[in-house]
Design a protein around this ligand. Structure first.
Ligand code: ADP
Ligand code: ASP
Ligand code: MG
Length: 437
């Protein structure tokens, strides 16, 4: 079995959907995981924002706009009247459902139900297209097998058991279509794996069904050696280890959802990043092999807040760090970077929902400084201590830029620097020039 995930751009129009069919028409048995059509989830988020504000007219206007877009896509996708009609019925039933939320109270439950519509529509439209073209396929509802637990972590045992049970009931089927991103939570309600989470779905599905390979098809030819949105002349990397890919995804390489590499790594399922717009390009293979003596890539994670706690007796007082970490834990706030000195500790977070409470609690231990609008720039590669010289190159590249924190040694694969958001673009470009030219 193979798992092929196609992102929003790859299914972003009727024409793109038709091109995807070409890519899934070989003889391999496969599960095709689809995102919502590009822009749809953003529009659905906007609609839910109106509904939270009880602005029903604003919401309705957006819903009608989006429905129109889908009517046009349906007209362009199917050739027969039979399927044009079926397609419209499909769209209208989803949009009637979305409109029903403009009449009642609106909570997070309704929000999640609306956000799920993008993937439900794209997969159903695509499935109809396959049927219209005589391709035998089965639509697997993700809500029947994809589930997270009370800690919002995937319930892997449940996913494995339920997915395989469904697959076994279709021994003759070669193509399964399913939704990325959406799932049920521990209470059986509709939920999701966070924005960009279709990659995570693909990885969880690949592991659950024992896939030989997980393919992530997107709008670029694999993982580039720097962020192509900020740096010109980046190029795709042929091969990355799971550890390198995980660091890059976590530290901002948007091509992969931050948590999508770990399940594949644990199960040792290779992940291939491929380009729908250029299917013959080699892309990037992510596997257990670690290429030696090279810097692979640079990424940056935005929206970071740095917190410094200065205490007279930090290192002498054992248990100090535990108490600091417990405060973050009690607010379910993950820490990204940490550095220590004799008189204090600095940490960074990207989820600042509970920043005020965290700072209030930390004040028990000393003075607390907060810096917002920071960015973590992360250099990833074979950076074991014996490969001396790389640190020097990295710091030389950014010598003109004020650095707030430095982290190295947490793994053998990354050096991270905390800088001001305003310096990000310059830092990424300087690092590219120094490390890759
Ligand atoms: P999809 O909708 O297919 O999931 P995304 O937009 O989530 O696609 O991810 C692909 C985008 O990730 C690319 O278009 C590119 O702009 C961005 N990106 C950021 N960093 C990198 C990188 N290091 N390598 C490749 N793409 C990257
Ligand atoms: N459609 C969802 C989003 O836009 C999930 C995904 O595309 O991965 O976030
Ligand atoms: Mg994505």
């Amino acid at each position: 079995m193979r798992v092929l995930k196609f992102g929003g751009t790859s299914v972003g129009s009727a024409q793109r959907m038709k091109e995807v069919v070409e890519l899934i028409s070989d003889q391999h048995r496969k599960i095709v995981v689809l995102s919502a059509m590009a822009g749809t989830t953003n529009s659905l988020v906007e609609i839910t924002n109106y509904l939270y504000k009880q602005d029903h007219d604003g919401a309705t206007e957006l819903i009608i706009q989006l429905e129109k877009k889908y009517e046009n896509e349906v007209a362009a996708l199917y050739k027969t009247n039979e399927y044009k009609k079926k397609g419209l019925q499909l769209i209208h039933s989803h949009f009637e459902y979305i409109k029903s939320f403009t009449k009642d109270m609106f909570t997070v439950f309704e929000e999640k139900a609306i956000l799920a519509q993008g993937e439900l529509i794209s997969t159903a439209m695509f499935h109809y297209y396959l049927l219209e073209n005589g391709k035998n396929s089965v639509l697997l509802p993700a809500l029947d097998y994809m589930r997270i637990n009370k800690n919002n972590e995937p319930d892997n045992a449940y996913v494995k058991e339920n997915l395989n049970q469904i697959l076994e009931s279709y021994p003759e089927t070669g193509i399964f279509i399913t939704q990325g991103y959406i799932c049920r939570n521990a209470f059986g309600e509709i939920d999701n794996l966070q924005r960009g989470g279709s990659d995570y779905s693909a990885s969880l599905i690949g592991v659950a069904c024992g896939a030989e390979e997980i393919q992530i098809w997107t709008d670029i030819d694999g993982m580039h050696n720097n962020d192509p949105r900020y740096v010109e002349g980046t190029h795709s990397i042929k091969e990355l280890s799971f550890d390198e890919a995980a660091e890059l995804a976590y530290f901002g390489a948007k091509i992969l959802h931050p948590t999508s590499v770990l399940p594949a790594k644990l199960a040792n399922v290779p992940v291939r990043l491929l380009n729908t717009l250029e299917p013959e390009a080699e892309g990037t293979l992510i596997c257990s092999h670690q290429e030696k003596h090279r810097i692979a890539a640079i990424a940056a994670k935005d929206g970071i807040t740095a917190i410094k706690i200065k205490s007279g007796r930090m290192l002498l007082a054992y248990g100090f760090l535990r108490k600091v970490f417990e405060i973050f834990e009690s607010y379910k706030t993950p820490i990204d970077m940490i550095t220590t000195s004799e008189v204090g500790v600095s940490v960074t977070i990207d989820d600042d929902c509970h920043l005020k409470e965290i700072v209030d609690d930390l004040k028990k231990f000393g003075t607390v400084d907060v810096d917002r609008d920071q960015v973590i720039v992360c250099v990833v590669g074979d950076l074991v201590a014996e490969n001396n010289g790389y640190a020097n190159k990295i710091f030389d590249a950014v010598k003109e830029i004020p650095i707030r924190m430095i982290s190295y040694g947490g793994s053998n694969f990354n050096v991270s620097l905390l800088i001001n958001a305003t310096d990000k673009k310059v830092a990424l470009n300087l690092l590219s020039q120094k490390l890759f030219n």
